[in-house]
Structure formats: C-alpha cells, structure tokens
Design a protein around this ligand. Structure first.
Ligand code: SAM
Ligand code: SF4
Length: 350
C-alpha cells in the first residue's frame, strides 16, 4: 500500500477509539515486505520503551494430559486414542515449583487439559499450597473452561492470572474447530468471569487454524479490542497426530509475527509471549517473536518423563531454550539480539 496510507493506518492503532475492521483488514493483507519490517521495528521500539531490553520468563508446568474435551485440533482431545496420558500429583507439582524457584522463576504457570480428577477443589488446594510456600510469586492457571464458582474459588486460593485463549471470535469458525457441546459463547463467558474476579487475563487465538480466513482474524482483533486482556497468546496452528486435522498444514510463522507486531502497537503494555508453537516451526522463532514485539517466554518445567506426553501438536519443542533447566541457552539466544532475561514477576502494568 502507499506509504502515507500505511502511516495513517498504523497511527490508528494508538487511538483510543475502536480500530475499524477495514483498518485491521488492510494491515493484515495490504503490507509489502518493507512495510512489514517497518511495522515490526515500530512494535519493537514501543516494547523497548516500556519494558527495556528485557523479556519476562514464566515456568510452565503441564499438570495433566487428560482432557474431557474433544477440540478437533488438539492432541490431548479425549477422542485421541494414540495420546499418552499422565497427571501430576500435588506433590509433584510442588516439587516442580521448588525446582523453578531455585532456578529463579517468579511465576509458575499450571497448564493442562480439563482433567475431571483435577477439579476446582483439588486445584485450589494446590494453588494455596504454592502460595503458602511462595507468597510473593505469581501463579497463573491455564486449565480451561470452569464454572463461575470454580474461578472464584481458585482466585480466592491465590491464583493471580488465567490464560484462556478465545481460539476464534467467529461462531461458525468456532463450530468448525470444536464439537457441538462446546461454544464460543461459553468460552467468552469464562473470560468475562475471570476479568470480573480480578485475574490478569490472557486471551488469544491460533494462527492458520483450519478454515480460518482473514475476516476471522479481523474479528479476533476486534474481540481483543473489546476484551482488553492483559496477556495475549498467539501461535501458529500445528497439526497433531490422532486428530481430525492431523493432515492439515501448519499456520504461518510470518502471519503470527505480523500479528504480534500489530498487537504490540494496539496494546502497548500487554504481556505477549513468544510461544512454543513459533519456536517449534522455526529454530529462531523465539528471537523473531521478541524482535516483533513479544516480551514473555515460558520455558518448560514439566518433569522430563512426562514432557513428550503433553503432545498438543506434533514435534512440540521442549528442550534447549524451551527448557526451564536450560535458561542459559535462552539467555544466550536473547543476548544475540540485544535482550536479556527478566526474572521478576512481570505483572501487567497499565
Ligand atoms: N485446556 C486448556 C485450554 O484449552 O485452554 C489449556 C491447555 S490447551 C492445550 C492450550 C492451548 O493450546 C489452546 O488454547 C490452543 O490454542 C493451543 N493448541 C491446542 N492445539 C493446538 C495445535 N494443534 N496447534 C497449536 N496450538 C494448539
Ligand atoms: Fe482439552 Fe484444551 Fe486441548 Fe481443548 S485445547 S482438547 S480443552 S487441552
């Protein structure tokens, strides 16, 4: 597109009012390579002006590969007969936290399938135990759709943040990705409840999920504009064995990076991770995501014996810079691009 128009559209991202669908659409499909680079440069500059050259780290503990849901894209879906299942005990999770604390982490992210055995009461007990031992550290949960009462209980147990990607803001696309028992409406109800209870909330979507169009992405961006989440997680879709979408192509890393830059420019203070999915598809994906405006990395602290069993998609990376025990590898990668690790809690600041 013409450069004057490009500059005008980019400046719309820092306006208070809504960004129209036409603006998002043009920025998603109308930029040439030079403009994409310029956009990434602006996003990086903005990110540096707020966070400096620092990237927050969160220790990711994958607490269960059992899931009652059957999302068509996910390797943990209950209908996946080739999935390997495990669940961590409370003792194992606390052991992971101790290991993470010794490594210097100040946020623990407990993520898992919707495992009926890890119900609200059980999880609240685990969160309380972590907070009793580490009152100053943040606990983030990413354990799917729960009742309003469940979210309230977990919040009162001490959970600080909750990651629940909205996945897609388009109802028809949502139905294409999920069985009829699941709905975009309930997902969004959950996000509303989480906000109301004072969690720092993370939403987001896969990029290039089957059936996704540019119009869907525009709807996603407009949905995020309404929700104003504190954290925004996006990553490319990657096919998973044993799912109906096993033969589908992966989403685009380039589009993911473009979206990270757009999101940074629209939500300057947001916590935006360089996701494992980007690192899985591209060996320098973490660096490229940071250079596009991401400011969080979530190294994996799941006990090695279970890591391969948490196969949400094929060939998921969990070693090297993706491993919590090898933080120095991540540190070197960040150093190569002029960044360093920030070990602090990294709460959302307005
Ligand atoms: N069960 C919880 C939930 O659904 O929110 C948390 C775990 S779930 C595995 C975390 C995220 O993984 C999902 O929100 C989804 O966006 C992502 N995911 C699942 N399958 C994926 C795939 N095949 N490719 C990329 N991301 C995927
Ligand atoms: Fe379960 Fe989450 Fe995977 Fe859906 S995306 S099958 S809810 S783990």
């Amino acid at each position: 597109m013409e450069n004057n128009l490009f500059n005008r559209l980019v400046s719309r991202l820092s306006c208070c009012g809504n960004v129209g669908a036409d603006v998002w659409h043009a920025l998603l499909v109308g930029l040439d390579d030079g403009q994409k680079q310029e956009l990434a440069r602006k996003a990086q500059e903005l990110s540096r002006s707020i966070f400096g050259n620092r990237v927050y780290v969160r220790a990711l503990i994958e607490i269960s590969s059992y899931c009652r849901n059957n999302c068509f894209y996910c390797g943990l879906r209950c209908g996946n007969n080739v999935a390997q299942r495990y669940r961590l005990s409370r003792r194992q999770i606390l052991e992971c936290c101790r290991e993470g604390a010794a490594l210097g982490f100040n946020t623990f992210v407990l993520q898992g399938g919707e495992d009926p055995q890890q119900d609200d009461e059980w999880l609240a007990g685990v969160v309380s135990a972590i907070k009793a031992e580490y009152p100053d550290k943040a606990v983030t949960l990413s354990v799917g759709e729960r009742s309003r009462g469940g979210y309230a209980l977990l919040r009162s147990a001490g959970a600080d943040r909750y990651l629940l990607r909205h996945e897609t803001a388009d109802n028809g696309h949502y139905r294409l990705l999920h069985p009829p028992i699941m709905s975009a409406e309930n997902r969004q109800r959950c996000l509303g409840d989480l906000k109301e209870f004072g969690y720092q909330v993370g939403a987001g979507m896969m990029v290039g999920s089957p059936g996704q169009t540019v119009e869907h992405l525009v709807k996603d961006l407009m949905f995020l504009d309404e929700l104003k989440p504190q954290m925004i997680g996006i990553g490319p879709f990657i096919p998973a064995a044993g799912t109906p979408f096993a033969g589908e192509p992966s989403g685009s890393v380039e589009t993911t990076l473009l979206l990270i830059s757009l999101l940074r420019l629209r939500f300057p203070s947001a916590l935006i991770p360089a996701t494992t999915a980007v690192a899985t598809l591209c060996s320098d994906g973490t660096q490229r995501a940071v250079l596009a405006g991401a400011n969080v990395v979530m190294p994996n602290l799941t006990p090695p014996a279970y890591r391969e069993k948490y196969a949400i998609y094929d060939n998921k990376k969990s070693s090297g810079s993706e491993s919590a025990k090898q933080l120095q590898v991540l540190g070197c990668k960040l150093e190569e691009i002029g960044y360093c690790i920030d070990y602090s809690r990294g709460d959302y600041k307005t």
